[in-house]
Design a binder for this molecule. Structure first.
Ligand SMILES: C[S@@+](CC[C@H](N)C(=O)[O-])C[C@H]1O[C@@H](n2cnc3c(N)ncnc32)[C@H](O)[C@@H]1O
Length: 250
């Protein structure tokens, strides 16, 4: 099929799926190999996939042996994680999205590094406790409308951020959590258990902040220092500063 024909087919698909045309315009930002047959079978997949450059950056920070992507969607994140990690476990509770993720991973030639599991991440997570190095967590935060307020309100969705952090910290200390760009730094800070160091990263594409990633455990970049002892001190200071800057709302 020629390029023109493919574009026409994509535009038609977008219309039939009721996806805003801006997403089709951004399709190569989502997947650089979009024209090779990437499949996004429903509107939510279009607006929830992590843009490839951000996914690739986060994957470079999550480099490890075994990683779990408990909210895999149509595969934007797990495909990039498979390029930096030895083995990826991708969980998704919508069958068609899991099929898309597998199909899309085949296009990127990484499907053989990913185990695709259909199920509820909140039910399955106990089987991974102590057995994986890192979790990359990108839960559904409610689609494009979450951006309407000044700050994203975690409380509006099925799982609060606290619940997500508490649940997956049982599996591993090393979490990367993808949040909407409008998330309040104060709220993020108030959900991280006392005593844990964390890092908040703003992910920009073309001068526009697209998402926020929160890192915990060994994924937090150490501060530059001249000795290990000083490094530990300064990391504790960072935590204290974070808490002072964004005190808990309780
Ligand atoms: C934000 S999307 C993930 C996008 C993905 N990271 C990507 O880059 O393509 C969140 C996904 O989590 C799935 N999901 C929601 N609740 C879930 C659950 N309890 N267990 C597993 N998957 C779930 C949704 O169906 C949705 O596809």
């Amino acid at each position: 099929m020629g390029r023109k024909q493919r574009c026409k087919r994509n535009r038609k698909k977008c219309k039939s799926l009721k996806v805003h045309p801006k997403y089709i315009g951004q399709r190569f930002r989502l997947f650089s190999k979009f024209e090779q047959g990437i499949s996004l079978s429903d509107p939510e997949s279009w607006y929830s996939v992590l843009p490839e450059k951000i996914a690739s950056h986060v994957a470079s920070r999550c480099r490890c042996d075994i990683i779990v992507d408990p909210f895999a969607g149509a595969g934007g994140s797990c495909i990039q994680l498979a390029t930096t990690c030895t083995y990826v476990i991708a969980i998704e509770n919508v069958y068609t999205r899991l099929l898309d993720a597998k199909h899309n991973a085949e296009i990127y030639d990484v499907a053989n590094k990913i185990d695709f599991i259909l199920g509820d991440a909140f039910q399955i997570f106990p089987s991974f406790i102590g057995k994986v190095d890192v979790m990359f967590i990108a839960p559904p935060w409610g689609g494009p409308n979450y951006e309407n307020g000044d700050f994203f309100n975690f409380g509006r969705f099925q799982y609060g951020l606290s619940e997500i952090v508490d649940t997956f910290l049982q599996v591993t200390d090393n979490l990367a959590i993808s949040l909407p760009r409008s998330s309040s730094p104060r709220q993020i800070a108030s959900t991280i258990p006392e005593g844990r160091i964390f890092e908040v990263e703003y992910n920009y594409l073309n001068d526009k902040c697209k998402t926020i990633t929160v890192y915990l455990g060994s994924l937090v970049k150490p501060l530059v220092s001249s000795s290990v002892v000083q490094q530990t001190d300064s990391m504790v200071d960072t935590q204290r500063e974070n808490r002072e800057q964004y005190p808990s709302q309780d």
